[in-house]
Design a binder for this molecule. Sequence first.
Ligand SMILES: NC(=O)C1=CN([C@@H]2O[C@H](COP(=O)(O)OP(=O)(O)OC[C@H]3O[C@@H](n4cnc5c(N)ncnc54)[C@H](OP(=O)(O)O)[C@@H]3O)[C@@H](O)[C@H]2O)[C@@H](O)CC1
Ligand SMILES: Nc1ncnc2c1ncn2[C@@H]1O[C@H](COP(=O)(O)OP(=O)(O)OP(=O)(O)O)[C@@H](O)[C@H]1O
Ligand SMILES: [Mg+2]
Length: 374
Amino acid sequence: MLIKQGINSGFGAIYMLASSPVLRRQQFLIRSLGDYSDQNTNTHQKRMQGIKFTSGASLEADAENVLRAITPTLDPNRHKGQAGKIAVIGGCREYTGAPYFAAISALKIGADLSHVFCTKDAASVIKSYSPELIVHPVLEESYGVRDDEKRVISGKILAEVAKWMERFDCLVIGPGLGRDPFLLDCVSKIIKLARQSNVPIVIDGDGLFLVTNSLDLVSGYPLAVLTPNVNEYKRLVQKVLSCEVNDEEAHEQLLSLAKRIGGVTILRKGKSDFISDGETVKSVSIYGSPRRCGGQGDILSGSVAVFLSWARHAIRDGDSSISSKNPATLGCIAGSALMRKAASLAFENKKRSTLTTDIIEYLGRSLEDICPVC
Ligand SMILES: NC(=O)C1=CN([C@@H]2O[C@H](COP(=O)(O)OP(=O)(O)OC[C@H]3O[C@@H](n4cnc5c(N)ncnc54)[C@H](OP(=O)(O)O)[C@@H]3O)[C@@H](O)[C@H]2O)[C@@H](O)CC1
Ligand SMILES: Nc1ncnc2c1ncn2[C@@H]1O[C@H](COP(=O)(O)OP(=O)(O)OP(=O)(O)O)[C@@H](O)[C@H]1O
Ligand SMILES: [Mg+2]
């Protein structure tokens, strides 16, 4: 009936209906019916389906519909913060770009507030990139801390992050974090705190170095997403499955990896992105860009954080089709699709000189093309 009214009242109404959140959700529901029926099959069948999927075209996620289904409307009744509060834990002496890229991408997609918790050295640099970010110069590296001070300083750092923890919808842990042992020890405690508070975490970059060596930090936490690049994936496979990456059986291997880490969601980045939570494997192969400049993974981690938060809200809003989905998987599909679309638009314009900052400028337009503001 809604559709009929739309047709009778002309193009403007059809357009409004097409972009209405109700219709977008309905379209998503219809397209998702295949997946929904999967929920009723037993675990063994599901595992078999996951394996069967691996060579078929059905592996490709319906990413644009996922984006439409989870992106919230811009409602004047909403207050600041409701569209997402993200925190990036990263940024040290060497790397200030990576946490900036992740945090600013979250804002450009539509989050309301984006924080960065970094070392003191990195803080003023990151602040100088953008006044939009809220930067906390709280982390410390070993060189600035005497052995006898470590316990006290670690406690202070944790208390500083704990003050904010409950307010965050998602943490991104690792872009530009570095590998200093004292700093990583503090970050382990931050991860434990996030888990206790049921705050989702996206682990990237040096965060993956940390959790690959301490798998218990994320094992069995369904709100954890790991976003490994080629090197990071290789290290994870070696550590968890005690073998080498096998591209002949790539999807089965990804499935087992996610299952072995207790149902965390893994987004394996590459020519196509592959996503698994240990139950299913999905791919996102939207054409991206042939430029491989550093920082694109950081955009992705910030994007996944926002979409994961939005997916959780959409699920809580009670749409029965969405409630049967994993918000972490939905967040990965949406983040990957948007990053690749923005990279493709930036490359069209800038060709060989395309940089990460150019891609960030296209995040908004890419989302608007798929999911227009009413
Ligand atoms: N503009 C910026 O600020 C950007 C900053 N970025 C940030 O860079 C960080 C590393 O990420 P990446 O992607 O370079 O890691 P990856 O491909 O595994 O390593 C490549 C090779 O380097 C080595 N290696 C790396 N780090 C090391 C360390 N701390 N200490 C010692 N060795 C280290 C590594 O050696 P391996 O461990 O494999 O033996 C491998 O051979 C991460 O924080 C990321 O967010 C990026 O996001 C890009 C934009
Ligand atoms: N060969 C490729 N073709 C197209 N897109 C790719 C390719 N490799 C990676 N990507 C895309 O680029 C994004 C970043 O992946 P990449 O493997 O470069 O991450 P990374 O190494 O962690 O990046 P960073 O430099 O930020 O650390 C992902 O969204 C992925 O989809
Ligand atoms: Mg990276």
